[in-house]
Design a binder for this molecule. Structure first.
Ligand code: ADP
Ligand code: ZN
Ligand code: ZN
Length: 817
């Protein structure tokens, strides 16, 4: 008889934990079921059972579980296997993966909370420093979570401090445990089975001949029943019979009716299928054939298709085939490419089989999608979602489509697990013996490399659908334009002329200004000072909209300054340019046209992004200025001109992928131009018009870009030739960060020699008052990844045992992007 369970807890702890179970529990429990378990001194956590067994842990006495939370497993075996792969590959714990994988509502939180004891007698002189800090904080806010205390004291073990405070009768611990998810339940009514026969029915109506209102309800019930086989909602019945709920109540009481509840699926769309057939053109036919053929031998295929070539239609067809086989399909996209446009298109074809998994959805919505996928045994579905959709409990996955596979946002940056959804998707698909299709107009070097070396299959679409031409790309040398005084603000005369021409035709224009981070900063023309964030090593950026100076890293902000904060000179001006500045200049240049802006600031909130897109689609905006958000998956019919305001700050970004990224971004924005019959036009402004990347963009020459960049990667030992693992250390103490980084780097150099780079400070070396330092490890192809990570883990274990470095956190990022 198994008497133990191993449980994964949603914590950054390396091991599973063993708990004891009774014989009755053993009969019932299985892998994937959630249990509440005691952990540490006084906490209760939700864990997932990973194994039921009879091995006594011996080194510690297994505590009994506190509570069983599910009747059926909430996580599948496949998920548990996948979690363990993610944990080992990305060097994090299964608990961290669990946290990322399950909607928060599934992980009951018993966050211990500390409060000041009512009418506690506090004598400051009797408190140690750290105790005093906690008490002081609790005097200002009514309660603190353990995590907050850890942050406050800047150390990991705060329980001793709290224990002392409890012993002194100053602080109390309070526990809160609650089920956060409440499914929305709908009440349905059915006739009691006693009345179901024809005779009983007549008898019933006779019986009710004096109770008019009740009779009315029963008659309405029969008429609804006759119209449709759908279950009958209580609300609907009341409405049709025009009676009150008290009448229904008495019918229920008499056992004439019975009520029952069904969880309403809030995610369902009830959409109608308006398209049911895809007719490929010859190029799509060929690519589709190539993909299918490659799937005979290989599990992954790369589809390289220029923008608007009809890749999406190919995905649909592949998905359809899988659904017809009774399997599930996953359609992965970067968050920003997951637009209503695409969802609508998918629904027009697959109807209510489409489930959307989106980080902006509420917890309840995500829980429902999760349940839906888990219960998909009879009705296979298409799930469309951003990276975290790989964690859904698929039962019989047939295909994963990864669209825009080159996108860096497929990589989770923070917190752990720092996984790459594209790479993890391939592993997931293999687990199910399913296929993965990667699609992009500008594939990542890694994927193209894999296709070139026959690891992946390959298919290509080099023309736009319906003979729409690729846009014409013109490079504008703004160095020369400046010299010849042909610039108005950030606009060259060429760009202005083209904008005017487009507007005159009644067309819309898109202007691309890369990332918000390059927004203007305030600079003193007398002493050169620019206001800095007090918490981070960056200058504050100017936001004209709110008339503030803000920090993009921590959110710190102050009012715009009219005088220099250092020398009090009033000769201050804003330098650099971002989306806001372009917007301001445009408003002055084109006062009669509507200007819109799309960046992180203008699109916060659930529908912020949609609103701007819709306004642009509805022709309420003539010129849209935006960051890379604009590059993704949008199909605007009325846009023929796209301008790239400045290609150089893309190219000059200090990163080995900067050139590849610039190429991808510029081609993707260009792809927004001229998606209908008329040939689109793209203007790229640059100080370096002869830069090879700009030339390759202008001739749409992916292959040259690929070859050239690959050579650089080879020369400088970067992916795809070498794998990278980046360690980031951080702490509030500058010299501790430094010393700790030296310690780790030295230990690594002993083993990995010249393949260890750094330690070095990142471009922004202080964020929220924490100091950062990075170490990079390069792993040659012939070096075992497993062994390398094992060595690294060993080093980190020794490091963690050094008392002096307790407060230093090490973040490991495998395959950083
Ligand atoms: P991509 O995904 O490569 O950017 P899409 O699949 O969005 O390209 O196709 C571009 C446009 O062409 C879309 O408006 C799409 O509806 C249309 N299209 C593509 N293939 C077909 C087809 N076989 N039949 C009809 N329309 C198609
Ligand atoms: Zn000054
Ligand atoms: Zn800051």
């Amino acid at each position: 008889m198994p008497n133990f369970v191993d449980v994964i807890l949603p914590l950054p702890l390396d091991n599973r934990f063993t708990y004891s179970i009774s014989n009755e529990e053993a009969f019932f429990l299985q892998e994937g079921i959630r249990v509440a378990v005691p952990f540490g001194k006084s906490k209760i956590y939700t864990g997932i059972i990973a194994e039921v067994h009879d091995r006594d842990p011996k080194v510690y006495e297994a505590k009994p579980i506190s509570q069983i939370l599910d009747e059926q497993p909430l996580s599948t075996q496949q998920q548990l296997k996948f979690w363990s792969w993610i944990a080992s590959y990305y060097m994090c714990t299964e608990g961290e993966v669990m946290r990322a994988a399950l909607p928060g509502a599934f992980i009951l939180e018993s966050e211990s909370i500390v409060q000041l004891k009512k009418d506690a007698i506090i004598d400051d002189s009797e408190l140690k420093d750290d105790e005093f800090l906690v008490v002081e904080a609790l005097q200002n806010q009514s309660s603190l979570k353990i995590k907050e205390v850890e942050a406050l004291l800047d150390k990991k073990t705060v329980l001793p401090v709290l224990n002392r405070l409890m012993a002194k009768d100053i602080v109390v611990l309070s526990q809160e445990i609650y089920e956060q998810y409440k499914p929305k339940r709908v009440r349905y009514i059915k006739l009691h089975e006693n009345h179901e026969s024809e005779d009983a029915m007549h008898a019933l109506l006779d019986e009710l001949s004096r109770a008019h209102k009740q009779r009315e309800v029963v008659l309405s019930y029969f008429s609804l029943k006759a119209k449709s086989t759908k279950p009958i909602k209580a609300k609907e019945l009341l409405k049709i019979s025009g009676t009150t709920s008290s009448v229904l109540k008495s019918l229920l009481k008499k056992n004439i009716f019975q009520e029952y509840y069904i969880n309403e699926d809030r995610v369902g769309f009830g959409g109608e299928i308006t398209r049911n057939h895809i007719q490929f053109n010859e190029f799509q036919e060929k690519a589709f054939g190539q993909i299918k053929a490659s799937f005979e031998e290989k599990t992954v295929c790369l589809l390289h298709g220029v923008t608007s070539s009809g890749k999406t239609e190919i995905y649909f067809k592949l998905i359809e085939e899988v659904l017809n086989k009774g399997q599930q399909a996953l359609y992965l996209l970067p968050e920003i490419a997951l637009t209503t446009q695409l969802i609508n298109r998918l629904q027009a074809y697959f109807g209510d089989k489409v489930l959307v998994y989106h980080s902006k959805y509420s917890m309840n919505e995500r829980v429902e999608v999760y349940q839906n996928v888990l219960n998909a045994t009879d009705d296979a579905k298409v799930v469309i979602g951003a990276r975290s959709a790989i964690f859904l409990p698929f039962q019989k996955l047939g295909i994963i489509v990864v669209d825009e596979e080159h996108e860096a946002t497929f990589k989770q940056y923070d917190p752990a697990p720092r996984y790459h959804a594209r790479d993890a998707a391939i592993v997931l698909a293999n687990q199910f013996k399913a296929k993965t299709l990667l699609g992009s107009a500008t594939p990542s070097l890694e994927s193209y490399f894999n296709a070139e070396h026959d690891k992946y299959g390959f298919a290509e679409l080099s023309r736009r659908f319906g003979n729409v031409m690729m846009p014409e790309i013109e490079i504008v040398d703004i160095k020369e334009k400046h010299r010849k005084k042909r610039m108005t603000g950030h606009f060259s005369d060429r760009l202005l002329k083209e904008i005017e021409a487009s507007l005159a035709e009644g067309e819309q224009v898109i202007l691309f200004q890369n990332r918000r981070g390059f927004s203007p900063i305030l600079e003193c023309n007398t002493c050169g000072h620019s206001p800095q964030c007090p918490n981070c090593d960056v200058s504050l950026t100017y936001h004209s909209h709110t008339n503030q100076l803000r920090c993009h890293y921590c959110g710190y902000h102050i009012a715009m300054q009219q005088r220099c904060m250092a020398c009090h000179s009033d000769d201050v001006s804003t330098k650099g340019f971002g989306t806001e500045q372009i917007e301001t200049e445009l408003k002055a240049l084109f006062p009669d046209h509507k200007i819109g802006r799309m960046d992180q600031d203008s699109t916060s909130g659930k529908y912020g992004y949609e609103k701007i897109i819709t306004a642009f689609e509805d022709l309420e905006i003539d010129i849209l200025v935006g960051t890379q958000m604009l590059t993704k998956g949008l199909d605007f019919r009325n846009v023929n001109l796209v301008g790239v305001m400045n290609a150089d700050n893309l190219l000059n970004f200090p990163d080995f992928r900067a050139h590849e990224r610039s190429f991808q971004l510029m081609l993707q924005v260009s792809g927004r131009a001229g998606r209908t019959k008329k040939r689109g036009k793209v203007l790229i402004q640059s100080y370096n018009p002869h830069h090879q990347i700009i030339q390759q963009v202008s001739t749409n020459d992916y292959t040259s870009m690929y070859k050239e960049q690959l050579q650089e990667r080879y020369n400088y030992k970067y992916p795809p030739y070498y794998r990278l693992v980046r360690l980031s250390l951080k702490s509030r103490d500058f010299s501790k960060t430094n010393d700790a980084a030296d310690w780790i780097a030295k230990a690594m150099q002993n083993v990995f020699k010249q393949h260890v780079l750094g330690p070095e400070f990142p471009p922004v070396a202080r964020i929220r008052n924490e100091y950062y330092k990075n170490i990079m490890l390069k792993i040659p192809q012939n070096q075992s990844l497993g062994k390398t990570k094992a060595v690294l883990n060993k080093i980190l274990v020794s490091f963690n045992s050094i008392g002096a470095y307790r407060s230093v956190r090490v973040i490991v990022n495998v395959d950083p992007v």
